[in-house]
Design a binder for this molecule. Sequence first.
Ligand SMILES: Nc1nc2c(ncn2[C@@H]2O[C@H](COP(=O)(O)OP(=O)(O)OP(=O)(O)O)[C@@H](O)[C@H]2O)c(=O)[nH]1
Ligand SMILES: [Mg+2]
Length: 332
Amino acid sequence: MMVQNKISQSVVNFFEIIVIATMSSGKSTLINSMLGQELLHCANEATTATITRIHNKDKQRNFRGSAYRLKSNRNNKKVRLRSLVDYQNIIDSNTLKEWNADININYINLVGNIFSINNINGDIILYDSPGPNNSQDNNHESLTFDLLANGHYNMIIYVLNATQIGINDDQLFLSQVNQVLKTDKSKKIIFILNKADILDEEKGENVEKFVETTASYLESIGFIKPTIIPVSAISALHARKALSQQSLTRFERNMLQQNLNNLDNARLIKASYNISNSFKKISPPNLDKQDILITIKDGLEIPKSKIENLIYFSGLPLLESIINHNFKKFSL
Ligand SMILES: Nc1nc2c(ncn2[C@@H]2O[C@H](COP(=O)(O)OP(=O)(O)OP(=O)(O)O)[C@@H](O)[C@H]2O)c(=O)[nH]1
Ligand SMILES: [Mg+2]
């Protein structure tokens, strides 16, 4: 009996993480930075229109993708019926952009290697979701609420936009999240204070102060001792793209250079809130080793160690090590 249990457990041992937030806070960018490539569609306007499930398979070379139409059962609203609309053995960002824009598709399943995550005794699953506050499309709201209220997930990553702390939409959504967490204490939540690169220290926009303000704001909504990590998802994404020789647009190259200059120390990591020091110790890559130059484009070469340090300074690896740690604990 014991053995049977173990076998069935190893088949269905999924550690599921939902990434939620109001529109344009950087959910899809954050996931792309973990993937190390720009697979999910990101943009300044309301963008994500589907739930996208990303199933980590460490050894798989490319991402496979299936697109579905989810419908709720007339008799039981909680039961969702799924019909397959399209399938691609090797999926790319253009097809994903098309699927995302297709009104017949509201659920996408991707299977492939999430660069920064390793499966142990089970598989990690990430979910991207649409911001629920898109006034042009109520379907976004119901898709995200359904995931939040009925999904079988273990962890929430809530992405706050550092440039818009305390906006009303966010407050409403956060109280709904808090209600859900009160009914299931086993679920963990981590807050990401994204777009930390935009804060202007010289104008007094000090990251520590921002984190403290955010903590009081979250506590006023009802979150007790919230874990907060300031992150620049876009810096990590650009840096990882550069390291793996993916091409960057002129805009992205400029942003990369700007962030190499501005995010040149561990202040985001130091400012993280309610995180034990053992996590913060993940050290930046060694600067003493023999450095090589990475060619970003003709005439622009940047030392590899500088780009690796930017990834560390972006705060993203801190989130990744917390995910890996929680997953390890879960899969023991
Ligand atoms: N400066 C800066 N911009 C960012 C960062 N992360 C995301 N952005 C930008 O913010 C915009 C929105 O990013 P998305 O990743 O599409 O946001 P989202 O939360 O997925 O948005 P919806 O899917 O519409 O809910 C894009 O223009 C991104 O380039 C960051 O760390 N810093
Ligand atoms: Mg998105």
